[in-house]
Design a protein around this ligand. Structure first.
Ligand code: CO
Length: 510
């Protein structure tokens, strides 16, 4: 690359670095709000967060970035760049254009409306009355449609909903997901038919009371197992307690939270593994890519594949459970003394249709997501009206899960996503499961001894494989390409379905 262009490229990266530094400062301000802030600080805090957002927006839409990009995107310049440099330029162009084309007024209106909608959603949910939420949801959808129409132009997608999907899962389309999810839906429903509900595992062993202090010791064991370091001079993480678990951070400082329920110890154990899986991804991104666009996760779906891999594929495996059960018994005192490993494995892996997504097991979870995807897709294609949502929701739950929804609070109003304006987000969760299934199959082939290692408390073969194959590739590829590079094939539902079939056989016999 000619040196003048190299200078332009360095200038571009220097600007990106400033944005990352500001954004990660914002992460800590947010983290503090959730973990430490006294209640009266809320108003000041929201001012602080929105100013950080505004400054970040202004930095990203700066016309100087557009001019740098114009200079770098000349064919002969691009030809001189390596793959990483080209990808950085591509990502900067995408971020800059998308942020620039949305009118400030629309962005402001959306964020104001989302706050109002979330407020209305909370009240309506408490009152079990969709009519109190309806107008706000409608407004959210209308504003999102406006934004999606603009983004469709910038991104060059076929439909407005494709543009929303692209925010979370770059390159993914409605057509592709519809096809994949249809196969997944049929497959999951077939697997659920094999679940013998008369042979229900005794899950009461998971609800025995274990004091929070003991559960904290179990969290420490789980974090040590996956190599999430929270103490010593090399620590790069910490665990705090919040209402809803989350993770946030970047490379050298990635934090997680959990919530302890005395009568549900598995909740904190698996949430620590889940958030730890997210954290390891951020931490293991290539050091030399820090502060560059490629030094980030590939997508929401890939992020979720990493958290679910640790939580489910490793965490709910008989091997990990055989490792952790004695530790649980030790931490819990006499409470779990009589629990047999086989019963524990069956209880943790029990599958049963339910109405609430966040309580769903690994098998039915996908059906919750697919129902939401189909509703969103039809909503943005003009085939479904907001008024018809509750009824359409209940019909899908009856058909796919065989459950009767009694009221809209446990139906269409159970999640905060639509109230917060996040349309197109849900599919990432199920895609994460599918990616995870594909990674698992490849791991089984590459490092078959990983299960024995996990049983002995050794996570290194799994952690090393994920770091080398997924984390080390950062945002060098769109998710569909990343999957192909890692596994050698395109998105495929079979590995995940095979994995679930194996689970059902393990828990319920064949
Ligand atoms: Co997650």
């Amino acid at each position: 690359m000619a040196s003048t262009f190299l200078k332009e490229y360095d200038k571009l990266l220097a600007r990106y670095k400033e944005m990352i530094v500001l954004r990660t400062a914002g992460d800590i301000v947010y983290w503090d709000m959730e973990t430490k802030m006294p209640p009266s600080g809320l108003e000041l805090r929201s001012e602080q967060l929105s100013l950080i957002g505004l400054i970040n927006h202004k930095m990203l839409v700066d016309p100087k970035i557009g001019r740098s990009l114009d200079a770098l995107e000349k064919e002969r310049v691009l030809a001189d760049m390596n793959e990483e440099q080209r990808r950085n330029v591509h990502l900067m162009r995408k971020y800059h254009d998308e942020e620039s084309k949305l009118p400030d007024q629309l962005v402001a209106e959306m964020s104001k409306q989302q706050i109002l909608s979330v407020g209305a959603w909370k009240r309506a949910k408490a009152a079990k009355d969709f009519s109190q939420f309806r107008d706000h949801l409608l407004k959210n959808v209308e504003l999102k449609e406006k934004a999606a129409n603009i983004l469709m132009e910038v991104k060059g997608t076929r439909t407005p909903y494709d543009a929303l999907l692209d925010i979370y899962e770059p390159g993914m389309t409605t057509e592709r997901i519809s096809k994949v999810f249809k196969g997944m839906r049929d497959g999951l429903m077939r697997i659920m038919k094999k679940v013998d509900s008369s042979d229900r595992p005794d899950t009461s062993i998971l609800n025995r009371k274990i004091p929070v202090s003991a559960q904290r010791r179990i969290s420490a064991v789980a974090m040590r197992f996956i190599g999430y370091e929270t103490s010593g001079p090399k620590a790069w993480g910490r665990l705090d307690e919040t209402e809803h678990p989350f993770s946030n951070g970047y490379y050298t400082d990635v934090r997680i939270t959990t919530h302890y329920h005395e009568d549900n110890y598995k909740s904190s154990l698996f949430s620590v593994l889940h958030e730890g899986g997210h954290a390891l991804y951020e931490h293991n991104l290539p050091a030399e890519w820090m502060f560059q666009p490629i030094g980030s996760a590939a997508s929401y779906g890939v992020h979720e594949s990493q958290s679910r891999f640790v939580e489910n594929m490793v965490g709910r495996s008989p091997e990990f459970l055989s490792f952790i059960l004695p530790k649980l018994k030790k931490a819990a005192g006499k409470v779990l003394a009589d629990v047999e490993l086989e019963d524990f494995v069956r209880a943790v892996n029990m599958a049963e249709p339910s109405k609430i997504r966040i309580e769903a097991d690994e098998i039915t979870y996908g059906l919750h997501i697919i129902a939401r995807f189909e509703l969103e897709r039809d909503l943005f294609a003009g085939r479904l009206r907001v008024d018809e949502l509750p009824q359409a929701w209940n019909e899908k739950y009856s058909r796919y899960l065989g459950v009767d929804v009694d009221n809209d609070s446990e139906g269409v109003m159970q999640d905060t996503h639509w109230a917060g304006g996040s349309f197109g987000y849900f599919p990432s969760y199920a895609l994460g499961n599918l990616y995870g299934g594909m990674f698992l199959r490849k791991l089984d082939r590459d490092v078959p001894e990983w299960r024995d290692a996990v049983a002995e408390g050794n996570y290194a073969p799994v952690g090393g494989w994920l770091a080398e194959n997924v984390h080390s590739r950062g945002n060098l590829y769109d998710p569909a390409d990343l999957i192909k590079v890692v596994t050698g094939e395109g998105l495929n539902i079979k590995p995940f379905l095979d994995y679930l079939k194996m689970k059902v056989e393990m828990v319920y016999g064949s």
